[in-house]
Ligand binder design. Structure first.
Ligand code: ATR
Length: 279
């Protein structure tokens, strides 16, 4: 019998994880099957109990269950505790452990483009929602020189700073971020600006050539931020990498082996019907 894994969320219909994970299982010759399960918030406890009992090897968790699932798990890994959200559950003989691979997955994708030592990295993170929290924590662990976080709502940036960042990091206003953009060699957009409208999360007039600019949005493939940054000589990357590497890290937690991440990336790009940016 094939081992079961999957995704719970509400909704889940848009997810590309089944294609991406099943392709990787097949390539690795592993007998697993990944399905998506739409779980209404009222049915979360029941769904978790059910999956535990049915012997799921583990599963991914998406909106709106990433925080809500925590009380139903037996153990929560340090990264997930710090970030305050779980996106991956591992079931070991009925014992459920929650992890967060979103931040580490993002960092793994980003590092493909960073050619300077991390001690020289000066990182700007735009946005202060759930994605920003995961990315801020994971970036901090990489040991960059500084991280500045900025957001429309400053209190939310302040909260992430206090809970996930380090003493040498800082909260700055959007205006200050625009003015000081030349100081940063890594810029990360974690907001949804650029997804529905062709708009920038901040003005990039002061962006330096060679800066790594990463947007967690993958649809559109190239947001206004990426287009404008590319014009200024930045090295750009979109959100496909985060999607792929968070999934690759989950795969590894369930199976104990690393998947073919390039195949996963290819599958996602095919599903999106696009061609990859800046390859
Ligand atoms: P996620 O969990 O996916 O990160 P979220 O928690 O809704 O999503 O966070 C969205 C981020 O995009 C926040 O930083 C939000 O800014 P606020 O904290 O000020 O709300 C930002 N964002 C979304 N729409 C925005 C807009 N129109 N202008 C400025 N910031 C926006």
């Amino acid at each position: 019998m094939r081992k079961k894994v999957g995704l719970i969320g509400y909704p889940v219909s848009h997810s590309m994880s089944p294609q991406m994970q099943n392709g990787a299982f097949e390539k690795a010759g592993l007998s697993y099957v990944y399905d998506k399960y739409e779980v209404h918030p009222d049915q979360l406890a029941e769904a978790v109990g059910d999956m535990r009992e049915k012997g799921f090897a583990g599963w991914n968790v998406t909106i709106p269950h990433k925080q809500a699932i925590m009380p139903y798990l037996d153990e929560i890994a340090e990264d997930a505790l710090k970030i305050g959200a779980v996106n991956t559950v591992v079931n070991e003989n009925g014992k459920l452990t929650g992890y967060n691979t979103d931040g580490a997955g993002f960092v793994k994708g980003l590092m493909r483009h960073v050619s300077f030592p991390m001690e020289e990295a000066k990182v700007l993170i735009i946005g202060a929602g759930g994605a920003s929290r995961a990315i801020s924590y994971a970036m901090g662990k990489e040991g960059p020189k500084t991280i500045a976080i900025t957001n429309r709502t400053m209190e939310k940036a302040q909260d992430i700073f206090s809970e996930c960042l380090r003493d040498q990091d800082q909260v700055i206003s959007l205006q200050e971020a625009e003015e000081r953009l030349t100081d940063f060699n890594i810029v990360i957009n974690t907001t949804s600006i650029g997804m529905k409208e062709d708009r920038l999360p901040l003005r990039v007039n002061h962006l330096k050539a060679g800066t790594v600019v990463s947007d967690i949005i993958y649809n559109p493939f190239k947001t206004a931020l990426l287009k404008e940054s590319e014009k200024r000589g930045a090295i750009i990357d979109n959100g496909v990498a985060m999607l792929v590497f968070q999934g690759a890290l989950s795969f590894e937690k369930w199976t104990g082996v690393a998947p073919d991440a390039s195949l996963m990336e290819k599958i996602v790009i095919e599903e999106l019907g696009g061609s990859y940016v800046n390859r």
